[in-house]
Write a protein that binds this ligand. Sequence first.
Ligand code: NAP
Length: 300
Amino acid sequence: MTDVVIIGAGTAGFSAAIYAVRAGLSVRLLENSLYGGQIVNSPDVDNYPGLPEISGVEFAQKFYEHASRFGVEPETVSISKAELAGDVKRLTCEDGSVIESRSVIIATGASHRKLGCPGEEEFTGRGVSYCATCDGMFFRGKTVAVNGGGNTAVEDALFLSNLCEKVYLIHRREGFRADNAGLNALRARKNVEFLLNKTVREIKGSQKAEKLIVADTTGRADMELPVSALFVAVGFQPNTALFAEQLELENGYIKAGENCRTSLPGVFAAGDVRTKEVRQLVTAAADGAVAAIEAGKYLA
Ligand code: NAP
């Protein structure tokens, strides 16, 4: 019986693991994919105090090394069922094995939101991508588009403008969620064109994506945009499917306050999966610490 099982080895999960193990609790850190979480897709992380000019991959590596020093390493486990009520929490894995614990910290983060337009699924991996840093190189010297108005879209467009001949930034309104620093840097790029008040209506092509049908939100006629790739950066959706029927959610996020306690005793939510105002690395790390401390109090 483990004291704390942490689901998700991103920033919040690693932080929770480090705090929990240092508090003398037995810990298992479960991850169904690569460790590191969303940040591994960021080429540059410049806003985590004390770690300037670090790449997302290096950042994740540092968390991994830190947790390993205390004897916690992420285990690759895919959970198919979670029973969270009661004193013993039971997680059933896809291979049929069962993990039991006295408390659970959910740090499953969020996944890329889809556009839901025709052609998106068909051309995913053939011109439609959700990760500019992973796939940008395939479109070196080509014309591409990025869709979105947040920091990810701006960061992606900046990254792609170093590689591609031309980058369109398509956003559904005129105001941006992205920080001004990134936006101003993007505006200064000669090979970047902003297409505002626009949405992607359809992605067309034969073997691979070849053009976008772009709709105008102010009522102007649709336009055809020949591109080799579309990078979708329209935000994230919380990964809560496993827990949705047992925990209270709000807009899809697990409802939990600053103490990370959920609607069930012994179950905590940390990082992007939790209801919160600011979703940043530093707040995810803070959540991990708080959730581990709260788990310790609960177990005591
Ligand atoms: P985001 O901030 O939620 O922005 C998503 C963008 O996509 C918004 O501009 C939104 O438009 C647009 N959008 C949403 N659904 C859409 C749809 N169906 N069709 C067209 N457009 C749609 O997401 P994000 O940029 O991925 O960032 C997520 C979080 O990570 C944020 O807190 C961000 O600051 C943070 N982040 C930080 C860094 C960094 O600090 N280096 C880098 C990346 C991300 P509206 O604005 O009209 O809603």
